[in-house]
Write a protein that binds this ligand. Structure first.
Ligand SMILES: [Mg+2]
Length: 259
């Protein structure tokens, strides 16, 4: 295999890499500080579409992680970028929170339940049967089905919660239509993120705690990949996949000196 070029820019997943259940992972603050001091382009990524980048900046800041708002990239922002490229100035019926509705307003989309171009499904805290029924009827009427991310469950202190991918499956069952997922593992989320910071895949690295999303998406986008073991994946899990990360490290603390 050809030698990779030196890493000029970094993309990192958030949950399981920088934070875990509302607590920063040791080394995360030093890693972010090193990145900021280096002046290298970087992005913190999350498939969670609930929050705006500004909300996430404030949440990270409370945990002692100082990440500028322009260095945060969510599946909601990736979805909005995708729709802006595909159909500028379009219309959408949205099931989601401020993270998604703000992203769509910012690209000039009109949110409507009257014959929209798209039904866009994101994460919410309260999935309403009425909203799901409306989504099913609009898709049957011709609206294209877009979903921010395919995650079937999300974390909570009381245990897993059904998430966007599970609700998408319900709508698929009722309509016979599969959604287009903009978030990880779609490499589109990496490519749009790299474009947003003016970075190139061959000189960029992706850090994540999941093989099936972070490592896969980084690999397919042509980036060097780093798997950390502070999240969902153990060393024993790695060999069960038909692909491997470029590097495996114990935690983000091991990457501070790589920046
Ligand atoms: Mg993660």
């Amino acid at each position: 295999m050809a030698e990779r070029k030196p890493i000029e820019s970094w993309l990192t997943d958030m949950d399981g890499v920088l934070i875990h259940e509302g607590v920063p992972i040791p080394g995360a603050d030093a890693f972010i500080k090193k990145l900021r001091d280096s002046g290298k382009p970087f992005l913190v990524l999350t498939n969670n579409s609930i929050y705006t980048a500004r909300d996430l900046q404030a949440r990270l800041n409370r945990m002692g992680l100082d990440v500028p708002v322009d260095n945060i990239w969510t599946s909601a922002l990736a979805t909005a970028k995708f729709l802006d490229d595909q159909r500028p100035g379009g219309t959408a019926y949205v099931i989601g929170e401020a993270g998604l509705t703000t992203a769509l307003h910012d690209i000039g989309y009109v949110l409507t339940d009257h014959a929209p171009d798209y039904v866009v499904l994101g994460e919410t805290r309260t999935y309403s049967f009425e909203a799901m029924t409306k989504a099913v009827r609009l898709i049957n009427g011709g609206a294209r089905f877009i979903c921010t991310n395919p995650d079937e469950t999300g974390p909570s202190t009381e245990g897993p919660l059904p998430a966007t991918g599970a609700v998408a499956a319900l709508i698929t069952k009722a309509t016979g239509k599969q959604p287009y997922f903009a978030g990880k593992p779609n490499p589109l989320m990496m490519r749009t993120g790299l474009n947003a910071i003016g970075a190139h895949s061959e000189t960029s690295a992706m850090i994540g705690d999941r093989m099936d999303t972070d490592v896969l998406a980084g690999l397919e986008a042509g980036m060097e990949t780093f798997l950390v073991l502070t999240g969902l994946t153990t060393r024993a899990d790695i060999d069960r996949h038909p692909f491997r990360p470029s590097n495996v490290v114990n935690s983000i603390a091991d990457l501070v000196d790589r920046v």
